[in-house]
Design a protein around this ligand. Sequence first.
Ligand code: SAM
Length: 280
Amino acid sequence: MAGKIYVVATPIGNLSDLTPRMKQAFEEADFIAAEDTRVSVKLLNHFGIRKPLVSYYEHNLRRKGDYIIQRVLEGETCAVCSDAGTPCISDPGEILVKQAHAAGITLVPVPGPSAVITALCVSGQDTGRFCFEGFVSTVKKQRREHLDSLRQEKRTMIFYEAPHKLLNTLTDFVEYFGPDRKLTIARELTKLHEEIRLTTTGDALEYYTENPPKGEFCLVLEGYTAPVQQSETIEDVVEKCLKLMAENNISLSEAAKKAAAGTAFSKSEVYKAAQAAKEN
Ligand code: SAM
């Protein structure tokens, strides 16, 4: 008879967030599939558990997935975990879970912390409807398409970000969502230097330009609300763009970027329309 796979969440910083069920799942498993075995071994030592570990991370997902599924089909039970938080949430696990479904293997969730929900619940933003956006790609085209698709997203959005990329992301937030959008920065959640800062996109950029970011960050961004007055038309934005260009002696490209910030139009839409207006 086939075994099963426990999908086990682990703390995102504070070991007091460990639960009896997490311990039980690790104890019951014949082996543990871990993102970084060196990280998970510390957690298991804390529990006093010694189990064979299999490394299961971004670059061996397919090959190791097949191996894990085979062992479970032969009757063993596996517990899968990531370095911190819930597997499958911007972490390995998603492919293994799909493979397990395809093979008819029983999956058992062992819930626990995830930075996305932890940040949202203290964000002070609307929680009725929200969407998880994970990390914004560092590949220019994908990044642009991702942020462009969110210009009029009405739900609260939650992003993950690494400290060394935070300033770039905040700069883009100001460009795509304007400087006045509410933003909660949740840093080092459940840890010693935990910080929850309810601010705006523009103020956050200013703050972290002066105070270099350190630690782990979740960004909770307010959803789009159409302005009470009739929203700006492309003609209004083009007019603003041409005025910015003339008054500040800046290029059309830069003026289009500034004029498009916080509007429903992308920089390239404004650029093209302004160029056409100039030519006419
Ligand atoms: N699977 C994890 C989860 O369920 O939250 C997320 C893993 S992802 C690779 C790591 C990112 O999650 C970090 O870069 C950060 O954006 C966010 N994160 C993880 N722990 C955090 C914490 N204690 N405080 C704030 N953000 C955290």
